[in-house]
Design a protein around this ligand. Structure first.
Ligand code: ACM
Ligand code: ZN
Length: 494
């Protein structure tokens, strides 16, 4: 127990102040005192224990010292995150309470969706976010890299993507909150301030992927197809149905110009892009979008209609289904699975495609019943671009007509509505931080934290062990740590 001394009698111990709450905690009576957090980390003895579940760990703090056991590196890492949260200032040094914790996650996919397209946040915000995610045992960063408003990843074979596709001719002015029922265009004004070029080079991507891997976080890249493609069409107009020239969109919404599903050239382009993406991202799952793909252009396009006829597809939805299956098979040959937003279910993809349920839980419920694995992120409450319901909030939000308060986020259960026998299909869930109404990294952080702390507990802690009252008591200290240790901007707790 080098460096540790038995602390003075602690009396009744405070509840273990850790988020996400570990699944089994036995508190002891006493604590170890150290000069600083580095001395705590150095005092740990680690052991392998193959009987502990994946990502799980046992952590024992007693007068015999600090012991960690785990079956894998992720478990050892998470034990250290718990230890870090248990370490609190105490007089001149820090102390760690006596405790025995046996812990393992409820879900495998504990994610955050990061939209770098509508606004671009860059490596520093990403790295801070990855640090804070690791602190919360979140393990998937779903990186939204391509959109109508910007293409944010360098692709060597198609350099125009980040020349023409990474800069848009303006943005809607701030403070253009769209209220439910209003046409989205109303009141939108172009500020005519060019936005960009903003993108990540392949070296940047490798740096971020490595930074995440050191923290046991997988980065799942998303290349949107066939919709949300206008920035790519701005770079290469021949990839669309009409060949018209475009600029990336200055305003938010859904462009009706999408990738042409009938063009072999477009299919080859997407394969080439996915080749480079697979070379950069070791993730076993690649996101191919699939949401909000209006079929107006496909209905009028001779190439799209010819493919529908030649393959006997069920109209334009069938064509999107064919694309989903095509890229699922293409990626499978590279050893990767695909994931798509819940609209891809309409095209009857094979069960190899993982479904990300966003329009509500129904897509995920249906998908699990049909044998798909699912990741749940229903708008309510997982879209953390929704207002937080704070008394006084300086920032603007999208408006889906409800407040995604901290407590509402805490109520999330990814398995809700899915029969017990299908629970193995629920990989987990995530919070989605879209960035249309978020103009800077610090605003983006304010929307993430502490609501991601609540979602992290929903994804890690067994349902029976969750309690809003307990979380509400623990969150202030974790929020303070986010601000002090990670330099996060975090919303207040009301
Ligand atoms: C989505 O929010 N369009 C997936
Ligand atoms: Zn077409």
């Amino acid at each position: 127990m080098a460096g540790a001394v038995a602390a003075t009698a602690m009396g009744a111990m405070a509840a273990v102040n850790v988020i996400p709450l570990p699944n089994k905690v036995v508190e002891g009576d006493g604590a170890l005192a150290f000069a600083n957090p580095g001395a705590v980390a150095a005092a740990v003895t680690e052991a392998d224990d193959a009987s502990i579940p994946a990502e799980g760990y046992r952590l024992t703090v007693s007068d015999a010292g600090i012991r960690i056991a785990a079956a894998d590196a992720a478990g050892r890492f998470y034990a250290r995150q718990t230890l870090r949260q248990l370490t609190t200032p105490d007089g001149k040094g820090v102390s760690v309470p006596f405790v025995t914790i046996e812990d393992a996650p409820r879900f495998k996919w504990r994610g955050l969706h990061f939209d770098d397209c509508r606004h671009f946040f860059g490596k520093e915000t990403l790295k801070k976010t990855l640090d804070a995610m690791a602190y919360h045992k979140l393990n998937v960063l779903h990186w939204h890299l391509t959109e109508d408003q910007g293409w944010r990843i360098e692709i060597k074979k198609y350099p125009e993507l980040t020349v023409k596709g990474a800069v848009r001719p303006g943005s809607p002015k701030p403070k253009v909150l769209v209220r439910p029922g209003e046409p989205s265009e109303r009141g939108w004004v172009n500020n005519h301030i060019p936005y960009g070029p903003y993108f990540y080079t392949q070296d940047d991507v490798r740096e971020i992927v490595a930074y995440a891997a050191e923290r046991h976080i997988t980065i799942v890249p998303e290349i949107e197809l066939p919709g949300h493609a206008l920035a790519a069409l701005a770079a290469y107009p021949e990839l669309g149905c009409t060949g018209e020239t475009f600029e990336p969109w200055w305003r938010w919404g859904v462009s009706e110009h999408i990738f042409c599903g009938g063009s072999d050239r477009t299919i080859r382009f997407l394969e080439d892009v996915l080749d480079e993406v697979c070379a950069l991202f070791p993730s076993s799952i690649v996101h191919i979008g699939g949401d909000e793909a209006p079929k107006k252009m496909w209905k009028q396009c001779p190439k799209c209609q010819a493919r529908i006829k030649a393959l006997g597809l069920d109209g334009e939805e069938g064509l999107q289904g064919w694309m989903t299956r095509h890229f699922t098979e293409y990626l499978a040959k590279k050893g990767r699975r695909t994931i798509g937003w819940d609209e891809v279910l309409d095209g009857n993809p094979g069960t190899g495609t993982v479904i990300m349920s966003w329009r509500g839980p129904q897509g995920g419920i249906q998908a699990a019943a049909r044998g798909h694995d699912v990741v749940m992120c229903p708008i309510d409450p997982c879209y953390i671009d929704n207002p937080q319901g704070l008394k006084d909030d300086p920032y603007e939000y999208i408006n889906y007509g409800f407040n995604a308060t901290l407590e509402r986020c805490y109520g999330f259960d990814p398995a809700a509505g899915i029969p017990e026998g299908q629970h193995s299909h629920v990989l987990g869930g995530q919070g989605n931080n879209w960035s249309e109404y978020t103009w800077s990294g610090s605003e983006y952080e304010w929307k993430m934290w502490p609501r991601m702390s609540a979602l992290a507990e929903c994804l890690w802690t067994d349902r029976a062990n969750k309690s809003w009252a307990s979380f509400r008591a623990r969150i202030p200290a974790v929020r303070t740590a986010l601000i002090r240790q990670f330099r996060m901007n975090a919303a207040p707790i009301e």
